[in-house]
Design a protein around this ligand. Structure first.
Ligand SMILES: Cc1cc2nc3c(=O)[nH]c(=O)nc-3n(C[C@H](O)[C@H](O)[C@H](O)COP(=O)(O)OP(=O)(O)OC[C@H]3O[C@@H](n4cnc5c(N)ncnc54)[C@H](O)[C@@H]3O)c2cc1C
Length: 524
């Protein structure tokens, strides 16, 4: 795909997307499925930034309902239904419990969640219902029992964000499009006043090439203003950033198959504690920050806030040493600037801007609505490029790995790729063995990631093709030398490359756990 992308003999692409997170991948799949010649470049790895750091929920957003934003919830609930249908191997539904400690909570949240059911309509899951105190404790045996009156259970969905991103990149390739990671946009090509392509740097070799296209989509998330400034250095900033942090704990803190929604934290937000890959993910925070980083770090007060709320909510109080992993992500929030207000072509919770030079910028939104964002973006991009008008085909587009076979629809598996993965597992002794006793992955998945999922580094494998870094950061460091050796053999790299990969990964992963005392993220 890299050779095709940089081939000077290749005619201009119809659509070139910059950014390989949820938004860029969704837009590229949308464009390719309409039959437009489509390429996507990602400067690091797919989902390296915000798209691998979410709460992993495919949801309408109960929080938006509290604020009365019914249209947004309606749209997200429809998208939830579509994702469950089109990617059953990556998305599953699960019960969420809202525990009630005050007399007014059962009628208040009960009625709100009935509205949530109603909005989902025929895309709905199991209806919500009120629970007695005993039923609530059956769902979550470790819930703080003091003062507990009962609860409300409703059904929502969860997913594996980085795995969905990789699946979208593979779906794009299945559709004849091109997706290249470690390829950064470093400048825009203009013809006259119009954007007609991107200067792309191959981050592995440093080589630069010109990639021409009829329209360029800027889906660079928190970096969107940088690309806008390549177009027009005077562009006013569009984005503010807010950080969200999650802790990952052992399942003993919250056994059972249900998630918890705490509807009102000390700072007025909702908090989730969600079972995920046999761990519990707790989050999140909402802290305004100014610096843009691919590796944001949790602040001590965010960690204290999360540990404090878990201690209040559950019978066991986790200590910093109990935190298996700690990850932070940055939300790109669209400011209400005059420029945005004037030129926003569409805005629900995402914003779409077209610059006078024809650069299409898409920002905001959420993972759940990535498909709809892609649809809106490609409608706009096709108009800018003067492409033939073609209707969206993604409502029923089955994503890579989709299968009818119930065994291959199992949540968070490899879907229809599983039989081929089994053949890789049988290639060498040991490849069918667990990668590490504390991680739910097999050795063959590393080889698979290199051969079939465009993994280029130890971090790609441990952070995103598998979720080892988030499930147990220390275990992931222990297994890094083995992963580096397997990757080196697959990718034809030497011992020096292996050594550097292990060192770089170790340094990165140390930011994902807490030292036993003190409670701040280690950066040593
Ligand atoms: C804490 C938190 C929790 C969340 N939880 C949920 C949730 O549970 N459910 C939900 O639906 N949504 C959730 N969201 C929202 C969701 O994660 C985001 O809306 C979504 O991931 C944004 O994707 P994106 O593609 O716009 O941005 P990103 O994922 O940041 O992707 C942008 C990409 O562009 C690349 N890039 C930047 N500059 C260049 C360049 N010059 N050249 C090439 N590539 C470049 C970056 O490397 C990056 O990979 C959450 C967000 C946060 C922060």
């Amino acid at each position: 795909m890299l050779a095709r992308l940089t081939d000077p003999g290749e005619p201009p692409w119809d659509v070139l997307v910059v950014g390989g997170g949820a938004t860029g991948l969704g837009s590229a799949v949308e464009a390719a499925s309409r039959g437009y010649r489509t390429a996507l470049v990602e400067g690091h790895d797919f989902a390296k930034a915000t798209s691998s750091r979410s709460t992993k929920l495919v949801h309408g957003g109960v929080r938006y309902l509290q604020r009365g934003n019914v249209t947004l919830v309606l749209e997200a609930l429809r998208e939830r239904g579509r994702l469950l249908r089109n990617a059953p191997h990556l998305v599953r539904d699960l019960p969420f419990i809202v525990p009630n400690y005050d007399w007014w909570e059962a009628p208040y949240y009960g009625a709100g969640l009935k509205l949530y059911d109603l909005l989902a309509g025929r895309m709905g899951l199991q209806p919500s219902r009120l629970l007695s105190r005993e039923e609530t404790l059956d769902h979550i045996p470790t819930l703080e029992p003091r003062g507990l009156r009962g609860g409300v259970v409703y059904q929502d969905a969860q997913f594996d964000d980085a795995r969905l991103a990789v699946t979208l990149a593979l779906t794009l390739a299945d559709l004849g499009g091109v997706a290249v990671n470690y390829a950064s946009a470093v400048g825009l090509i203009k013809e006259g006043e119009l954007v007609r392509g991107v200067r792309v740097r191959d981050e592995e070799t440093g080589n630069e090439s010109e990639v021409r296209a009829r329209v360029v989509i800027n889906a660079t998330g928190i970096f969107a203003d940088e690309l806008r400034r390549m177009d027009d250095p005077a562009s006013p900033p569009l984005l503010s950033l807010s950080q969200g942090v999650h802790l990952v704990l052992d399942r003993r803190f919250q056994p059972g198959e249900s998630a918890i929604l705490v509807p009102h934290t000390d700072d007025g937000r909702v908090l989730f504690a969600v079972p995920w890959h046999d761990r519990v993910v707790v989050g999140t925070t909402d802290t305004p920050v100014s610096g843009r980083s691919l590796e944001p770090r949790a602040l001590p007060e965010e960690i204290e806030f999360l540990l404090g709320h878990v201690a209040r909510c559950l019978t066991q109080d986790p200590s910093p040493a109990d935190v298996l992993s700690l990850f932070a992500g940055l939300r790109p929030l669209v400011r209400g600037t005059k420029a945005a207000a004037k030129t926003a072509a569409l805005s629900r919770d995402h914003t779409l801007l077209v610059s006078p030079a024809g650069l299409v910028t898409i920002a905001g939104g959420k993972w759940t609505t990535y498909r709809k964002m892609g649809e809106d973006t490609v409608d706009q991009a096709a108009m800018v490029a003067g492409l033939d008008e073609r209707p969206s085909r993604t409502l029923d587009l089955r994503l890579h790995g989709w299968s009818e076979d119930p065994h291959l629809r199992e949540w968070s598996g490899h879907g229809a790729d599983a039989p081929e993965l089994a053949r890789v597992a049988a290639e060498r002794p040991g490849w069918d063995e667990p990668l590490h006793l504390n991680l739910p992955y097999r050795v063959c998945e590393v080889v698979w990631a290199a051969r079939r999922e465009m993994a280029r580094t130890v971090e790609d494998v441990l952070a995103r093709r598998t979720r080892s870094l988030l499930l147990d950061a220390r275990a992931s460091v222990e297994v890094a030398p083995k992963v580096a050796a397997l990757l080196a053999a697959e990718l034809g790299k030497d011992a020096e490359w292996e050594r550097r990969q292990v060192a770089e990964y170790g340094e990165l992963a140390r930011g994902y756990w807490l030292e036993a005392a003190g409670g701040s993220a280690s950066s040593s």
